[in-house]
Design a binder for this molecule. Sequence first.
Ligand SMILES: *Cc1c(COP(=O)(O)O)cnc(C)c1O
Length: 357
Amino acid sequence: MKKHNFSAGPCILPQEVLQQASQAVLNFNDLNLSLIEISHRSKDFIAVMDKAQALVKELLNVPEGYSVLFLQGGASTQFLMTVMNLLKTTGKASYINTGAWSGKALKEGQKLGDISVIASSKDKNFSYIPKGFTCPEDVDYLHFTSNNTIFGTQFHEFPKVSGDTLLACDMSSDIFSRKIDVSKFDLIYAGAQKNMGPAGTTLVIIKDEILNKTGREIPTMLDYTTHISKGSMFNTPPVFAIYVSMLTLEWLKKNGGVEGIEKVNTAKAELLYSEIDRNPLFKGVAAIEDRSKMNVTFVLTDDSKQETFDKLWNDAGISGLNGHRSVGGYRASIYNALPLESVQVLVNTMQELEKLS
Ligand SMILES: *Cc1c(COP(=O)(O)O)cnc(C)c1O
């Protein structure tokens, strides 16, 4: 039987998507050829790219004037591309440091420019989202991470910028999980493997008019305008990752779109957090008002119960529940494709542990 997959990434994908993808690997569109052995310039693949881009625009209500790209190099390469494309040679940028990934983005930025941290939750091991700060007006852009995959915190209200300051966001682990107003952002990027598809492609949504303003010589592959001008096909795109992302977005559309899945995601998060709060054997790691609806971090109140609990959830067919080494405890990643029933199975094992105690 398929496991209840709580992996933080690469993460669970809908079973029907895996079936369709495996079929396409064997025989795509009845061509008697595999999806992964045909030209990316063939009409069959161009249709996949067009559909994937159109689904992103439709599901996220992307306004006119934005481009949708499927790039390679992971979200980690976007840490660099953000700076290259948004920071003027003489400019400054502000970053919010809310965890391991925003810290890596920050470190990359500081190699290239004058970048400062305007808010951080490092003082409490990134267990909360900083509030009450203002972004200086003289910076080129503000960068933040909407959901902190490792620490289990999430911005429920997005930071604001003023004047000409651009807003850039790493949405790797919560894109398509909730409604967002894309028009408030100038750059959104997300590694596919958390909530959109398999590893190997990174979604980029960028406002066209902000580009070409840095006065910087940008290497071809790191320049968004290269990819925009070639419809995200400047070089061979990661065809399989884009195809599976397209299937996952079709699945999402069929299942109520972002609005529909947001309701399910809220129900899953409420079910799990209410058990964490009710059950005396568990406690949450993140500040309650900043809890993530995608990555739920929690610990046992009595470490001596660890072996018993680990056996219970393993026996229940649960996989991927161990916390990240920098936090410890447990992390239940409850991305779009994880059904409510899997969360119920986890909650049942938590109640089972309580009964045994
Ligand atoms: C996983 C993750 C990354 C890193 O993505 P790669 O595609 O592995 O480079 C960056 N940011 C966030 C928020 C993540 O969860």
